[in-house]
Design a binder for this molecule. Sequence first.
Ligand SMILES: Nc1ncnc2c1ncn2[C@@H]1O[C@H](COP(=O)(O)OP(=O)(O)OP(=O)(O)O)[C@@H](O)[C@H]1O
Ligand SMILES: [Mg+2]
Length: 301
Amino acid sequence: MKELERVARLVSGLSELEFKVLENVEKLADQGRVSTPDLISKSLRLSVDYVAKVLEKLNGHGLVWSPAGRGREYMLNYKGLDLLALHSASRRGILTHIGTKIGVGKEADVHLGLTGEGTPIAVRFYRIGRQSMVRHKRLRETSLEAANYLASSKAAAKREIEALRILYQRGVPVPAPIYRNRHMVVTSLIEGDELARLRKHPEPEVLLREILGSVRAAMNAGVIHCDLSPYNILLTEDGRHVIIDWPQWVKPTHPNADAYLRRDVANLVSFFKRKLGVRVDMDELLEFVLKDGGLGLASQV
Ligand SMILES: Nc1ncnc2c1ncn2[C@@H]1O[C@H](COP(=O)(O)OP(=O)(O)OP(=O)(O)O)[C@@H](O)[C@H]1O
Ligand SMILES: [Mg+2]
């Protein structure tokens, strides 16, 4: 069984009291603090012995970890955070099953999921700092750093669902936002392939303009992607494009908005030039994107 599926089984494998303890470990991690049976027993009014046993059990399942050299001191890790997020989604009936990994990125894993009605959905877990968390050894820096990574992943998920809600409502082609909890973002599943793999298209210039039309619509809705690449655009079989991966977006009022938007457009144009042989004028395309923007940027092109 895959690791996340094993974690998902614990949604029904832990008692509500055990979840309370895990949530407390999370609360302390949010404050950059390490959990001990003492601290948690005081805050939950449970016996120290009981809390110590639960923490050992959570540790046994790999949901928390004990920073090197200190027994009975625990810190939340990504597995524990996954479980807390899955627990919340399952309690609300949003997610009843978590399945295979359908995407791996630098900062996130994307899994297939099923809703209560059996509809397939995409479930994205942010994993900022994942590699460093495994590597580090020293206690104080490590636990603080780990807490920061978990917090950054939660912030990224919040940012992403915020963008998706704005854009989806405005009709920009993005996955439909369904739910966000902690570092987990649930959206509609897009059946499609990355634009990066496309080598042939009957009308590549038309496709490029369509995508840039969406970039313009997003900007007019107040969102600039900032990491636009052929890897973050999915193409469906019926020829539609969907733009994914939005956690780093900025508003058009951001001091670097202009440079970010230019870079986004340049990335796309360069791909269409190199792989699909499109001949276009970069300045003309930038003007096309900035037109109607109402940002005063067009005049700078
Ligand atoms: N809603 C979705 N429906 C279907 N597949 C998806 C969806 N979201 C993401 N994927 C798949 O997962 C892959 C990784 O997703 P995404 O780009 O969002 O992650 P990432 O961690 O930000 O990647 P990177 O940082 O390397 O660009 C995508 O290339 C795509 O194949
Ligand atoms: Mg990506």
